[in-house]
Design a binder for this molecule. Structure first.
Ligand SMILES: Cc1cc2nc3c(=O)[nH]c(=O)nc-3n(C[C@H](O)[C@H](O)[C@H](O)COP(=O)(O)OP(=O)(O)OC[C@H]3O[C@@H](n4cnc5c(N)ncnc54)[C@H](O)[C@@H]3O)c2cc1C
Length: 292
């Protein structure tokens, strides 16, 4: 088994990287769908793919299962996500060791969200309080891990201000994070301002924009309400007009994402990370649009 290449090496190639995010399905039928999606996406040759980590329960084991599947069956460089939620330090060390033994060298390092119905993050017994502590733990355990962390161009919902959030983001980078992937956003100026503020705060690692092509109005309203991202009025108006026609709505979502990515790359973004929700169609259409 060949260990994955650290994503930090890929950034040094000085070309924009494209990456895709999967989530672990709940059941075996979902796993078959994910296999089909991965097969459809393989010709796109993403630089890496990531696999989210659930809030608890069996989908957590599925993160490891799906990561191995994507690495071993499809040859992708895979970045499993890991959160502090519900884990003691020694459990996190055990998970880190298994990730390393599986040949993975990249981890998206997160605190995780409070469980459903709670507004407050609870630290697990002998657990960690935030992502920066997890970065420190993982780097101490395996110095050759390459770690991504989350950044919030419109501020994390729990942070009192963007400035306060940036202080905590810098701590993650100072603890050893190699790059930042942003929360989804729909207005590129939000990303440009965020990058400017990060640089002014002394954060120099690559900041990869996270892009989600809209496929459903209801769904994107729910997502943005959860994560605090703003939906531009112009996009909402277009989506509302097309609300009854799924195909037209998807085209509008794709056009918006394509325009965003073109602008971001033209303005020096180090690549783009697509929140694909386990679907291939939008990612393939975007790749084709960008190649045209
Ligand atoms: C790219 C990306 C991928 C994600 N993947 C997943 C996933 O797979 N699974 C999942 O459950 N969730 C995932 N999330 C969501 C994420 O877990 C939540 O946004 C979570 O609420 C915060 O995680 P974090 O790692 O950013 O936390 P942190 O960086 O720890 O920050 C959390 C909050 O605490 C504040 N803070 C940090 N340090 C301190 C400190 N020392 N003192 C006081 N306040 C502090 C920050 O300002 C922020 O408001 C993802 C988010 C992104 C952007």
């Amino acid at each position: 088994m060949t260990p994955d290449r650290p994503i930090s090496d890929l950034f040094s190639l000085q070309r924009p990287l494209r990456s895709l995010e999967f989530f672990p399905p709940k059941d075996d039928a979902g796993l078959d769908t994910l296999r089909a999606t991965a097969g459809a996406l393989r010709p796109m040759q993403p630089d890496f793919v990531s696999v989210t980590y659930g809030a608890g329960g069996t989908t957590r084991d599925r993160t490891a299962q799906v990561s191995s599947l994507l690495k071993n069956e499809f040859g992708f460089t895979v970045m499993p996500h890991l959160t502090c939620v519900g884990h003691s330090r020694s459990e996190l060390c055990g998970i880190a060791d298994r990730i390393h033994e599986g040949g993975f060298r990249n981890i998206m390092t997160l605190r995780g969200d409070p469980p459903k119905g709670s507004n407050e993050f609870n630290v697990a017994p002998d657990g960690l309080r935030n992502a920066h502590e997890l970065v420190s733990l993982l780097k101490a355990r395996q110095p050759n891990f390459c770690l991504g962390v989350a950044g919030y161009p419109e501020r994390h919902p729990e942070a009192a201000s963007l400035e306060e959030d940036l202080t905590h983001l810098k701590r993650k980078v100072d603890a050893g994070a190699d790059f930042i992937t942003t929360q989804l956003f729909f207005d590129n100026s939000v990303y440009y301002r965020f990058v400017e503020k990060c640089r002014a705060a002394g954060i120099s690692v690559p900041i990869v924009p996270g892009i989600m092509p809209v496929v459903s109005l209801k769904q994107i309203i729910r997502f943005t309400q959860m994560c605090g991202a703003t939906l531009p009025a112009q996009l909402v108006t277009r989506l509302e007009i097309a609300a009854e026609n799924a195909e037209v709505l998807e085209t509008i979502g794709l056009d918006w994402a394509l325009t965003q990515i073109r602008g971001l790359l033209a303005n020096g973004a180090p690549g783009y990370h697509l929140y694909i929700l386990n679907r291939a169609k939008a990612a393939l259409a975007l790749a084709a649009g960008l190649a045209a």
